[in-house]
Design a protein around this ligand. Structure first.
Ligand code: FAD
Length: 419
């Protein structure tokens, strides 16, 4: 049998590709090496699946720092608003949370996975599970089909590669697709972990004294070795036993990875601003006046109402202030140092967790070699790419699934239109 399209990978991109490809009755085969579909989708968003983001298009693209602009054409075809309508038309209501993040009202990623899988089945897509693909077959500059690890050969005029990146390989994304792309002549831009926790061996990290401390609405910035700020993100973060995690640490991670590489150094400075709405002067005066109002109390106790308690001993030590001091004995210069540290608490980070531990794989199939209107390879007729295998990566917040759905939809629609 000759299929109109074979899709490799039943994750976010592959499932949406299946839906778009089969909507007018084309014969479509979806292959996955796992024993069920949508495994990564099923654990996404902490098990709730942050399925898209409700921001306006320009803003959406800004939150996809890894080549978001490539998505203009694909988004004009199928974007975040279309994703919301898609689920609502199938009876799955979504709700908006902070920063435009959209979740199913059920708060269950399973709802999203089941909806996609049911729709794929309803539209007649054939599904083969436990069917790892070994090779894509090419002949005279065109795709001719795929060969499974079992040896089975399946014929199709178009093949959509939706095999994902390399992150969280337990979900099936083990990076198999990069070799198939290379065999077709594609280049793969360097792969790197992104949206990934940062690692540090600062004494206050290795001692674990800050482990578990969450900081709300602070700023985290990344600094190059020349003392220039590379990027800053505002939001929440958490200290872990190995370093920093939480939304803003994840957002900063790709800049840390790139800076470490660019400057060839073993570590890089990130800094926390604990009070982003106040200047250093304001912090100085405010904290000093607090100490004055409670002149009999030790500064350690005064600061408890002002700073995260676990950080106080570290901040005092770095400012050379003794914690038993009272207001009358505060050395003003050291208090200035304390204020400076509240605004800029430096942490040297030496890297990130591995690509396997990252939320997203940065780098991938070079976009210069892909037609942004169709997701077809410019080098091999009938070969399409979508989802995380492409050199596209967004921040956490629903942007990666949005990119996967959009590119998947566009690839699916176009793969069955081949002359
Ligand atoms: C823990 C976690 C939580 C996340 N939460 C969110 C979130 O809430 N919102 C968001 O926007 N993004 C989130 N992301 C990122 C997002 O899930 C991914 O970017 C997106 O799902 C990628 O989709 P994909 O279809 O390209 O790849 P995948 O979903 O990884 O799917 C690839 C599929 O290809 C199959 N496959 C691979 N090789 C072969 C082969 N040789 N033969 C056959 N099949 C093969 C795999 O089995 C797999 O099913 C999260 C990521 C992680 C790790």
């Amino acid at each position: 049998m000759q299929y109109d399209a074979i899709i490799i990978g039943g994750g976010s991109a592959g499932l949406m590709a299946g839906i778009a490809a089969s909507k007018h009755g084309a014969s479509v085969l979806l292959l996955d090496k796992g024993d069920k579909l949508g495994r990564k989708l099923g654990i996404s968003g902490g098990g709730r699946c942050n399925v898209t983001n409700n921001k306006e298009l320009d803003d959406l693209i800004k939150h996809i720092p890894g080549n978001g602009r490539f998505l203009h054409s694909s988004f004009s075809n199928f974007n975040n608003k279309d994703i919301i309508s898609f689920f609502e038309n199938l009876g799955i209501a979504l709700k908006e949370e902070d920063n435009g993040r959209m979740f199913p009202v059920s708060d269950k990623a399973k709802t999203v996975v089941d909806t996609l899988v049911n729709q794929v089945r309803k539209q007649g897509v054939q599904i083969r599970l436990n069917a790892p693909v070994d090779q894509i077959m090419y002949k005279d500059g065109s795709v001719s089909g795929v060969r499974l690890k079992s040896g089975d050969v399946l014929r199709s005029r178009s093949v959509i590669v939706a095999s994902g990146g390399k992150s969280v390989p337990q979900t099936g994304s083990t990076g198999d697709g990069y070799a198939w792309a290379e065999k077709a002549g594609h280049t793969i831009t360097e792969l790197f972990p992104t949206e990934v926790p940062l690692t540090s061996n600062e004494p206050f990290i290795t001692s674990k004294e800050l482990q578990g401390l969450s900081l709300r609405d602070v700023c985290l910035s990344v600094w190059n070795p020349k003392g220039k700020k590379i990027i800053e993100h505002r939001g929440d973060m958490i200290f872990t036993h190995f370093g920093l995690s939480g939304p803003i640490a994840l957002r900063c991670s790709q800049f840390v990875v790139k800076a470490l590489k660019q400057f060839g150094t073993g570590n890089i400075e990130v800094a926390v601003d604990l009070m982003p709405d106040k200047s250093k002067d304001e912090v100085y005066k405010e904290s000093l006046s607090l100490a004055e109002q409670e002149a009999k109390k030790t500064i350690k106790n005064v600061l408890k109402s002002y700073l995260p308690e676990k950080m106080i001993p570290i901040l005092l030590q770095k400012s050379k202030l003794t914690d038993s001091l009272t207001y009358d004995h505060i050395p003003k210069q050291d208090w200035l140092t304390l204020s400076r540290l509240i605004k800029h608490f430096p942490i040297r980070v030496y890297g990130t967790l591995s690509i396997e531990d990252a939320f997203v794989t940065g780098g991938g199939v070079n976009l210069k070699e892909i037609d942004p209107k169709t997701m077809e390879s410019k080098l091999m007729k009938g070969l399409f790419f979508c989802g995380e295998i492409l050199d596209i990566h967004g921040y956490t917040g629903g942007y990666n699934i949005t990119a996967a759905f959009s590119t998947g939809y566009t690839a699916g629609e176009n793969a069955v239109l081949l002359p």
